[in-house]
Design a protein around this ligand. Sequence first.
Ligand SMILES: Nc1nc2c(ncn2[C@@H]2O[C@H](COP(=O)(O)OP(=O)(O)OP(=O)(O)O)[C@@H](O)[C@H]2O)c(=O)[nH]1
Ligand SMILES: [Mg+2]
Length: 368
Amino acid sequence: MGIPEKIKQIEEEIARTQINKATERHLGILKARLAKLRRELEDNQTKGSGGGGDGYAVRKGGDATVVFIGLPSVGKSTLLNKITNAKSKIGAYDFTTLTVIPGVMEYRGAKIQILDLPGIIAGASQGKGLGKRVLSVARSADLILFVLDVFHPEAKTLLLNELKEIGIRVDEKPPNIVIEKTSTGGVSVITQVPLTKIRKDTIRDILSVYGYHNARVMIREDITDEQLIDVLLGNRKYVPSLAVLNKIDMIEFENLRKIRESLDYYVLPISAESNRNIDEFMEQLYQKLEFIRIYMRPKGGETDYKEPLIIRAGSTVGNVCDVLHRGLREQFKYAQVWGKSVRFGGQKVGLQHKLLDEDVLTFVSKQN
Ligand SMILES: Nc1nc2c(ncn2[C@@H]2O[C@H](COP(=O)(O)OP(=O)(O)OP(=O)(O)O)[C@@H](O)[C@H]2O)c(=O)[nH]1
Ligand SMILES: [Mg+2]
């Protein structure tokens, strides 16, 4: 039996099996096997096409990358053209955009790369429409923007599922699990919180599907079997998101209120065509990307407050080195920082030091 047939067999068995206490453990094993087979299939496919078959080639640029995901004709290209210098084709028919169209949104000193994609339809992750290649562009995104319209505000659920199928976890954190292989002793599971969604024997079963027969597993949060499988597969991407509801010019305010009430997720109402809420949209995009501004001060010189360096929150002095130029790390002796991240102005810090918004930074290299 080939891999696709095995996958089909397990999928059918899962569909047939009722979920209850008695079948829980068996289902866990089935899910683990299914995920493993799917990855094998994927690996074979990418090998067959020379390894480059996964995704359109787009070089990341700017200070962050945002990817537009939405059904066809919801106004993705209209929105891209509104906020960037790009001229993506707009049409009153589905699949107007056929490839990745990049644009750059300049906002508050940040250059945000925006990628407009072809529309996504149900089954895209299995290759429908322009499918998998389109979705996989989102793997490299710093933020996914769900573009919904007033006619299909519920589409986010479908889009989330398609992304999930290709290994993208939206608005989730990587599960807090550490797995260490050991040479003997079987699988020991150490939990720091009570587990309510998975049993310890299921954990052992799933691990054994992935060839772990001796291991120490440290679990620091209440996880599901799917989350454990994600960790074992190791190729999941965790990407935050924002959602807009476009074409609000086409409905009455009362209707808009009802739509928003019916959704269990937040949407920012906009109209790309009639320019409504676009400023607020750009602001929310910027906020969601969590940038911080760093002012550089040359040693013994004046701070440059005019052109701050824009980096993502959580960045270290070492990250700034990498952004500025290669070789800076090798030359690095120490840095001095003034601002919120230090206890006193001019404090000496190392490469691991985490910077905060509006810090002033001076590099001292080995030569001086
Ligand atoms: N009324 C109204 N129409 C809009 C709005 N935004 C886009 N449109 C129209 O919706 C249609 C589709 O717009 P596109 O920007 O091409 O949509 P898309 O999501 O890029 O579509 P695909 O590339 O096919 O996936 C066009 O006729 C646009 O003029 C809006 O805010 N209000
Ligand atoms: Mg388009």
